[in-house]
Design a protein around this ligand. Structure first.
Ligand SMILES: Cc1cc2nc3c(=O)[nH]c(=O)nc-3n(C[C@H](O)[C@H](O)[C@H](O)COP(=O)(O)OP(=O)(O)OC[C@H]3O[C@@H](n4cnc5c(N)ncnc54)[C@H](O)[C@@H]3O)c2cc1C
Ligand SMILES: *[C@@H]1O[C@H](CO)[C@@H](O)[C@H](O)[C@H]1NC(C)=O
Ligand SMILES: *[C@@H]1O[C@H](CO)[C@@H](O)[C@H](O)[C@H]1NC(C)=O
Ligand SMILES: *[C@@H]1O[C@H](CO)[C@@H](O)[C@H](O)[C@H]1NC(C)=O
Ligand SMILES: *[C@@H]1O[C@H](CO)[C@@H](O)[C@H](O)[C@H]1NC(C)=O
Ligand SMILES: *[C@@H]1O[C@H](CO)[C@@H](O)[C@H](O)[C@H]1NC(C)=O
Ligand SMILES: *[C@@H]1O[C@H](CO)[C@@H](O)[C@H](O)[C@H]1NC(C)=O
Ligand SMILES: *[C@@H]1O[C@H](CO)[C@@H](O)[C@H](O)[C@H]1NC(C)=O
Length: 586
């Protein structure tokens, strides 16, 4: 059983962080990128689970290990003993399992390679600069996760849970509260679609691309509302929200989850019924990592028409982009929920020699055909000047490829999901807008956008309203519902290496964020959890008070923060599952 790093296809889908080539409508989000194939001689063959000698583990004396005090410094001899002990005990707890979990310790030559493959945010490379895990576990069975929780709890190690690895701050593979281990769910990715009941079970290690592909293989009139980039993992994405091109019609991914399996801090496997409605509520938007390890989700699949329509209309400042963006703010949240006009803003060379301009791209999905879309646009947004030749009819699954910048590729590309390093560094932040920004306001935003490329590379405006606004603010931990016009995503990207190049961008995007203050939500200014941002505040290494955590808690969850703290207090009073922005218990 080879490790995931070798399950590469000929193409890897790399996400957003790739610098723009001018090919696709959402090129900044996703780009297809070919990578060198790993050689057949897998350096990880050593880890083949079948090689492990189980009789050794059966003899492991559980009590003996418990006597050891292994919480101390892990980079010295005690630490490596802790690791050895853990590994042995881990297997001892799994003697009944059919397959063994893969374990990569620093002693193995492949450790660095595996760790590197987990790191999707290159800002966290080079490796020597980051705190590293004692080892990486890749479970094949839920029992492996139970064992990982039990053992790391006993030995005072922290756990980092990784599904797709897209966390903006790397919290699925970095801990500043070492010692820690990584539980990488890459081998838990099976998907079962039940067309008759329009439901699906999807394991947490699957990607949204694999989910979309699996649905399309069974039915062309079922879909699921989640994000755009196929390599995003369902474990992190669904537990933090999950906004996508169908969200105005169907809400977030989290709004369409009907059951889940979760392993709690005591190693118990729970489903919706046994975990209870409070915990089930918390993991649908409150972030999974504070509450347990989610191993799978049950989803309500939703109807998609056989034919949908997509278009990307671009307008520069010279082509009245300011007026159009201004108008878009009044239209995009009110029109038919079947229509989602996302707006991407980029800097490009203008037609005037030596000058730059802003290009606004209106990237749109309509759940219907061109003949109904055109009159709808003519009635609600004639200023855009949409014409029939801008529009393309296709199946919903082809629209997934289109928005991912993979149009024309075989559908299989959605399943060959090894994200790879792209050579681009990235930092993101987010905001919500509740009052339309005036034309003058937009003009000053463009001015700064053009003047300071070190502050910002691109912005995405994602419209709310429709179904997003109908769901109650407390139905899930995600509270940005009625009254929110749209969200803003800010990104700064760079290729230059080194700390000072990085610091320039980190300081830059913070300045831009500060500049945006008058235009965005207030009291508190809120942010989208999926676009995690440690600038908003972090937990202390020890105890963190409710008041302190409220600083970022209210930004992410609004009125729901309090209930999240109550759930946390109930299910993990000792705060075993914690990270820099986890929910603290009371
Ligand atoms: C290129 C790119 C495109 C994106 N596009 C969109 C988009 O279109 N819409 C949108 O809403 N968001 C989008 N996001 C944000 C994305 O939804 C979040 O980063 C999400 O958390 C990623 O999930 P993951 O499983 O890939 O990440 P991970 O890094 O694996 O996990 C993220 C967090 O969830 C925790 N976690 C992961 N799995 C589990 C589990 N099984 N149980 C408990 N906790 C778990 C991790 O510990 C970590 O704290 C995008 C991000 C990137 C980098
Ligand atoms: C619009 O801009 C995007 C992004 O730069 C580009 O990929 C696309 O081809 C453009 N579309 C049209 C119709 O010009
Ligand atoms: C497995 O371990 C047992 C006990 O240490 C040992 O006797 C046996 O030879 C080992 N088997 C293999 C195949 O290494
Ligand atoms: C374990 O080690 C820590 C730090 O070295 C120490 O504070 C603690 O008292 C020890 N616990 C036991 C049970 O020996
Ligand atoms: C841990 O041990 C290493 C090597 O023995 C040492 O360099 C480091 O300072 C120690 N760290 C702590 C926190 O004690
Ligand atoms: C790597 O791990 C495997 C399996 O756990 C083990 O057999 C092998 O000896 C390890 N290699 C090194 C260099 O530590
Ligand atoms: C911009 O708007 C003005 C007036 O509203 C109009 O006359 C002009 O044709 C528009 N330009 C473009 C390129 O659409
Ligand atoms: C924009 O123009 C500059 C020179 O003025 C050039 O170096 C750069 O490559 C151009 N960028 C694009 C995307 O064409």
């Amino acid at each position: 059983m080879a490790s995931h790093v070798f399950l590469v296809g000929f193409l890897a889908i790399t996400c957003s962080i790739a610098m723009a080539s001018d090919e696709s409508p959402l090129q900044d989000i996703c780009a297809a990128d070919s990578i060198a194939m790993a050689s057949d001689e897998s350096p990880l063959q050593d880890f083949c689970v079948a090689d492990l000698n189980r009789s050794v583990f059966v003899q492991a004396d559980d009590l003996f290990f418990k006597e050891l005090n292994l919480t101390s410094n892990t980079s010295n001899a005690v630490g490596s003993l802790a690791t050895r002990v853990f590994v042995t005990e881990f297997h001892a707890l799994n003697t009944l399992g059919i397959a063994m979990a893969g374990i990569y310790t620093p002693q193995n030559s492949s450790y660095e390679y595996v760790l590197r493959s987990l790191i999707q945010m290159e800002r966290f490379l080079p490796l020597p600069a980051i705190p590293k895990p004692l080892f990486i576990v890749t479970p094949f069975l839920e029992s492996h996760i139970q064992a990982a929780i039990k053992c790391s709890k006993e030995h005072g190690m922290q756990i980092r849970i990784r599904s797709g690895g897209h966390d903006y701050e790397g919290l699925s593979y970095i801990s500043y509260q070492a010692p820690f281990i990584i539980v990488d769910l890459v081998n838990l990715k099976s998907i079962t679609i039940d067309v008759e009941s329009s439901t699906a079970w999807v394991q947490a290690g699957a990607t949204i691309g694999q989910l979309y592909h699996a649905i399309a293989k069974k039915s062309l009139t079922l879909g699921f509302p989640a994000g755009v980039c196929p390599t995003v993992g369902v474990g992190g994405h669904f537990s933090t929200g999950g906004y996508g091109m169908m969200s105005r019609n169907y809400g977030l991914a989290a709004d369409n989850i009907i059951d889940a399996r979760l392993i709690d801090v005591n190693g118990r496997i729970l489903d919706r019924k046994s975990m209870g409605e409070d915990l089930f509520w918390a993991i649908r938007g409150g972030g999974g990592a504070s509450f347990g390890v989610i191993t799978s989700w049950r989803l309500k699949l939703l109807h998609v028409p056989e034919t949908v329509t997509v278009f990307t209309v671009n307008r520069t400042l010279e082509q009245n982009a300011t007026k159009l963006v201004h108008q878009w703010q009044y239209v995009s949240g009110k029109i038919d929920g079947k229509l989602l006009l996302r707006l991407f803003l980029r800097r490009i060379n203008s037609s005037h020699e030596g000058k730059e301009t802003v290009k606004a791209s209106f990237v749109t999905l309509y759940l219907g055909g061109i003949d109904t879309l055109l009159p709808l646009m003519q009635e609600s947004f004639p200023e855009l000047g949409l014409v029939r030749s801008d529009c393309i009819e296709m199946s919903w699954i082809d629209s997934i490829l289109y928005f991912a910048g993979l149009r024309g590729e075989p559908l299989d590309i959605l399943s060959t999901n090894t994200p790879w390093l792209t050579g681009t560094y990235f930092k993101g932040k987010s905001d919500y807008v509740t009052e339309p920004i005036s034309e003058t306001g937009l003009e000053s935003i463009w001015k700064r956008f053009l003047k300071y490329p070190d502050e910002i590379t691109d912005m995405q405006f994602s419209p709310y309203g429709g179904r997003m606004g109908e769901i109650s603010k407390s139905a899930t931990p995600f509270s940005r519902r009625a009254g929110t016009l749209y969200s803003i995503h800010y990104g700064v990207k760079w290729k230059e290496e080194g700390i000072s190049a990085m610091n320039r961008r980190m300081r830059g995007i913070r300045r831009f964020y500060s500049f945006m203050t008058p235009y965005v939500s207030k009291n508190p200014r809120s942010s989208y959890l999926s676009y995690r941002d440690l600038d908003l505040g972090v937990n202390n290494k020890g105890y963190t008070s409710y008041e302190q955590a409220s600083i970022w808690g209210l930004k992410y969850y609004g009125i729901n923060f309090k209930r999240l703290v109550h759930v946390k207090t109930m299910v993990d009073p000792d705060n075993f599952l914690r990270n820099e922005q986890s929910i603290p218990p009371l």
